[in-house]
Design a protein around this ligand. Structure first.
Ligand code: HEC
Length: 288
């Protein structure tokens, strides 16, 4: 049997991305230093500003920090740059900043962050006592961890596709997978069904009710901190499940196992929170 290559994508998505717009006009002020294409600009030997495509404040789930950085600017600590990033709080409205956050995260970060003018107003008030621009080290210390980090996989031989999960102690293959849109091919060049186990850390920054939705082949199991949160029946039955559980802030051991074969659908896991309206998806797409 020929097993397809798989693409793993983790993405932090907003619940209703279709309802939002991201207009470019307010971004023009940023473009004067970061360039229209967001790739940064160089003048003689010094940079006017770095690329936004590789910035964690833009690619990550960091709308609040990105807003705070736009409001206060960044001090000139780094000799690579010809000037600081100036504070823009006095000249940009809440609506303009919200537009900029949506535009930059969609265009350069690959994932639109749902930020409203009201969100910006709240953050503007929250940071109002900060008179000086940020230092890089202060910003870096505030970066919250990614929802899923240190993700890696291990492949075990499966005796029967779609049957019980039978893991041997001898993995066929294992490897690391960085989180955020990254392709991995754990199943490439394998000619028999395998059990794939993904393990990593689930980093939850706030107490909330979290809803896990898993759709995958029979026998798939989702575990958090070694406790089985959900399991799809091994014989027929439903191919999806929904579990809701309250978690305190912290890092939890995440494990998802499933049997990979031509007959089983690609697994898809979505994590939603009630308060924050965020959702997170881990899915595999078979590519020919
Ligand atoms: C006057 C030029 C200038 C303007 C205008 C400007 N920036 Fe910057 N920006 C910089 C410089 C310089 C840095 C790098 C500062 C450092 O790292 O020391 C920077 C850094 C950043 C970073 C952090 C990048 C990283 O290292 O991860 C982000 C995000 C960012 N800017 C977004 C914006 C946005 C959005 C706008 C428009 C609202 C904007 N900037 C306007 C000069 C500018």
């Amino acid at each position: 049997m020929k097993l397809a290559n798989f693409l793993i994508a983790t993405a932090i998505a907003t619940l209703f991305p279709g309802a939002l717009t991201a207009d470019s006009s307010s971004y023009l002020i940023c473009a004067s230093c970061h360039g229209k294409d967001g790739l940064g600009m160089k003048l003689n030997s010094k940079w006017l500003a770095p690329s936004l495509h590789t910035s964690k404040y833009v690619t990550g789930d960091q709308a609040e920090l990105l807003t705070a950085l736009i409001l206060k600017g960044i001090a000139k600590d780094d000799a690579r740059y010809s000037q600081p990033m100036m504070p823009l709080e006095a000249i940009l409205s809440d609506a303009q900043i919200a537009e900029i956050v949506r535009y930059t995260t969609q265009e350069f970060g690959g994932q639109l962050r749902d930020v409203s003018a009201d969100d910006v107003a709240t953050w503007r008030e929250q940071y109002q006592d900060q008179a000086l621009p940020w230092h890089r080290s202060e910003l870096a210390a505030k970066l919250s961890p990614e929802i899923l980090s240190e993700l890696h996989f291990t492949l075990y031989p499966a005796d029967q596709a779609g049957g019980d999960i039978k893991s041997s102690d001898q993995p066929l293959r294992s490897g690391g997978i960085a989180s955020n849109l990254l392709s991995a091919k754990p199943l490439a060049n394998l000619d028999r069904p395998a059990v794939v186990v993904y393990e990593g850390l689930l980093n939850l920054t706030q107490a909330d009710d979290y809803e896990f939705r898993l759709s995958a082949g029979p026998g798939s199991v989702l575990k958090i901190d070694n406790e089985t949160l959900g399991r799809l029946e091994t014989n027929g039955g439903s191919s999806s499940l929904r579990v809701r559980k309250g978690f305190e802030p912290g890092s939890y051991r995440f494990e998802l196992q499933f049997v990979a074969s031509a007959e089983t659908p690609s697994p898809e896991l979505t994590l939603r929170t009630r308060k924050t309206r965020k959702s997170f998806t881990l899915h595999e797409t078979a590519t020919p």
